[in-house]
Design a protein around this ligand. Structure first.
Ligand code: ADP
Length: 423
């Protein structure tokens, strides 16, 4: 890397914190824009602009301190930032590459446009559209007016080809299962319509996947795309619970995942890290979600790879050429530490101290504690990465499940009142 590059990051949560750690290791200045004085990245940043992540004037100030600005997450005010880009601020990835990725609806449209496999979907507002009566088009105005009138009193209807169960999702603003709802009946649909703005929601088929996979890919400004190994992810109550790396997939499947990522990045002329979450099952691979940033499914790479996802992001944003990252151990298991108790916000340093000590004492394990003020059920407070020793895939999976059990003995899964325990 050249002489002391300096990068600005909009956002100061755990992703920015881990990016700041990598920046320190690499001698890169990292300036952060984040609202809270105790946000995770504050303690490691070169400098901090204390402001909300959609505060454009603050981003302008951030840009004046660095050579390129990137984002911790996709909650970006693209239109607000456009004048800054026009005035010469270098955003990486650039704002136009981000545009189709910042909301789930435009992601689905993008995937359809590229013919990439993804769940069938429709905009929620379509349930209010009358089904097209074959005679309406032919009969002209009178029949069309009658059908609009009928729709005004008719109950919402699923578009042709869709049946329950369905998965409804907020197009923007959702994360970790917040902003999703399983619809099993007309009653569920009515209840959803009563509480949300249908223009901000999509509905998709409920996919019976066997497992979930993910990949972190990165593209540099010279057009080269590199990928971390494909991993298996496991969710608990729709929040990432653990990640097993690598997922021992047949070569063809690995290639298919990489090709999808590479074609998306290239078509968007995207520079930086992008992660892709997939369903894998009887219907093959389907892309569930794209995240234009570093991702929970890539945290294992900090210890397990010679270049982590955070290194890749720093290199790409600084305009460097990327090389293919490689595993440095046979594999890794990453377990998220989800808050399992409500804790007051006043003593973050002491929170879960006994558990943290016990986790730190586990062999071949690396604890990352985000230092968030306060804990609530299911909140991501930290993660632990265990480096696996077995080179045979079946033995390694067994080793991973045994290590997961060790972590669980110290750090239980959060139980939400009335929530079912998933497998
Ligand atoms: P978020 O952005 O809140 O993380 P996701 O779209 O990633 O939301 O969904 C969270 C989890 O919900 C997924 O990892 C998966 O386990 C489940 N899920 C999402 N969409 C579907 C679907 N169409 N069918 C079945 N399960 C789904």
């Amino acid at each position: 890397m050249g002489a002391a590059p300096s990068i600005g990051i909009v956002g100061g949560g755990q992703l920015a914190w881990m990016l700041a750690e990598a920046a320190r290791r690499r001698g890169v200045e990292l300036h952060v824009q984040t609202p809270g004085p105790h946000d995770p990245a504050v303690s490691l940043a070169t400098s901090v602009i204390q402001a909300g992540v959609r505060d454009v004037a603050a981003t302008q100030q951030l840009a004046s301190r660095c050579s390129a600005v990137s984002f911790e997450n996709e909650w970006v005010d693209l239109d607000g930032l456009a004048p800054l880009a026009a005035a010469g601020v270098r955003f990486v990835p650039d704002l136009e590459a981000l545009r189709p990725l910042v909301c789930k609806r435009s992601q689905r449209e993008l995937l359809n446009r590229f013919n990439l496999p993804s769940p069938a979907w429709f905009p929620l507002e379509r349930v209010h559209e009358p089904p097209e009566p074959p005679e309406a088009a032919a009969a002209g105005g009178g029949a069309a007016a009658a059908s609009i009138q009928a729709a005004a009193v008719a109950s919402p209807q699923l578009p042709p080809g869709f049946a329950y169960p369905l998965m409804a999702k907020a197009a923007s603003g959702g994360y970790d299962g917040k902003g999703t709802a399983v619809l099993r009946s007309d009653g569920d649909l009515d209840a959803l319509l009563a509480r949300v703005d249908p223009s901000n929601w999509i509905v998709e088929e409920f996919v019976n996947f066997e497992l979930e996979l993910a990949v972190v890919a990165a593209r540099d400004q010279f057009g080269d795309v590199v990928c971390l190994p494909v991993v298996q992810t496991h969710q608990y109550q729709q929040v990432c619970d653990w990640v097993l790396a690598p997922y021992e997939a047949p070569h063809a499947l690995q290639q298919a995942v990489r090709n999808m990522a590479a074609s998306l990045l290239t078509a968007l002329n995207y520079v930086g890290v992008l992660s892709m979450e997939l369903f894998y099952g009887p219907r093959g691979l389907m892309i569930n979600e794209l995240a234009p940033r570093t991702h929970n499914s890539g945290h294992y790479s900090i210890e397990a790879c010679d270049l982590s996802q955070f290194d890749l992001q720093l290199l790409a944003v600084a305009g460097e050429q990327l090389s293919e990252p490689a595993l440095q151990s046979p594999g890794a298991l990453m377990v998220n530490l989800l808050g399992f108790e409500h804790r007051p916000a006043d003593d973050p340093a002491a929170a879960y101290e006994a558990q943290r000590q016990a986790l730190s004492a586990l062999p071949n394990a690396h604890l990352h504690w985000y230092g968030k003020a306060g804990s609530s059920l299911g909140r991501k407070l930290g993660h632990i990465t265990v480096l696996l020793q077995q080179s045979d895939p079946a033995a390694r999976r067994q080793e991973a499940m045994a290590r997961l059990e060790q972590v669980r003995q110290i750090w239980p899964l959060p139980q939400r009142p009335g929530a079912e325990q998933s497998s």
